[in-house]
Design a protein around this ligand. Structure first.
Ligand code: SAH
Length: 250
């Protein structure tokens, strides 16, 4: 007897950004494994009888090891349970969903992915920033600011691409990211937005030029989870902070 697993993207925070499919999958689950990035309000769509297990993989915090989460899912599904794994944003965008999916498939468990709204699109949108805009960029690139092996991104290629850069998990490395971009020739005046807890009532953001962003973020002591958006499209940020800064510098 084998159960079923759902890998559910729970969106960036605001529960209204859950999909209808995510709501249905949560409602079918006997067990919900909930990531620490996921708003607990999503549990209102789970059955009252569902068992809820908090698991998480936040860098620097006490967290449940990935191997343990995968074993737990396999065990529960193996017992015939319907397991819903609720992950922040989209499960296949920096969420290790690919690893979990592979582990479930290898064990012969039926698994279905429910796409979610990734923070990289929804969080800039909350500041009125379109991640692409044909007058300003040729696309958007999602990158991680913290790699497992410490390898650096190819900053020259990224800058040359002319794409908006959306950087996940980069807050701690912000000074190094700025140095990488400046070293690759990006203008010091390029606007950058850093947004903490995007789409939630606790959302905070700082918008400044590439030259000033690291200081401004340190001053505001923004915390993780935070998203970094770099590119001309950040001029649309509704705070108007970039223009204010430019006026001050002029
Ligand atoms: N699968 C998720 C990303 C997981 S990686 C997604 O698709 O959105 C975790 C990183 O995502 C965080 O370190 C942060 O950079 C970003 N992130 C997720 N939710 C966020 C939010 N509400 N506000 C700002 N950044 C967020």
């Amino acid at each position: 007897m084998s159960g079923k697993a759902w890998l559910i993207g729970a969106g960036p925070g605001d529960v209204e950004l859950l999909t209808l499919k995510a709501v249905r999958a949560l409602g079918e689950a006997d067990v919900v494994l909930i990531d620490d990035l996921v708003n607990r309000e999503v549990l209102r769509y789970a059955k009252a009888s569902a068992r809820v297990i908090a698991v998480g993989k936040r860098g620097g915090c006490r967290s449940t090891p990935q191997a343990f989460i995968e074993r737990l899912m396999l065990r529960l599904a193996g017992q015939g349970k319907t397991v819903a794994r609720a992950k922040g944003g989209d499960p296949f965008v920096f969420g290790r969903g690919g690893e979990e999916f592979a582990a479930l498939i290898a064990a012969g468990i039926a698994v279905e992915v429910v796409s979610g709204i990734t923070a990289g699109v929804a969080v800039p949108a909350l500041l009125n920033i379109p991640v692409t805009h044909r007058e300003h960029c040729r696309g958007v690139t999602f990158i991680t600011g913290a790699t497992r092996d410490g390898a650096k991104p190819n900053w020259h290629a990224l800058v040359a691409s002319g794409a908006t850069l959306v950087i996940y998990m980069g807050l701690k490395n912000l000074p190094a990211i700025v140095a990488g971009l400046r070293g690759a020739g990006m203008a010091a005046s390029m606007p950058v937005a850093v947004v903490q807890n995007g789409t939630l009532p606790s959302q905070r953001q700082v918008v400044a030029t590439l030259a000033q962003i690291a200081n401004a973020v340190a001053q505001a002591s923004l915390q993780s989870p935070a998203l970094i958006v770099v590119g001309e499209v950040v001029h649309y940020a509704k705070t108007g902070a970039v223009e204010a800064l430019a006026r001050k510098q002029a």
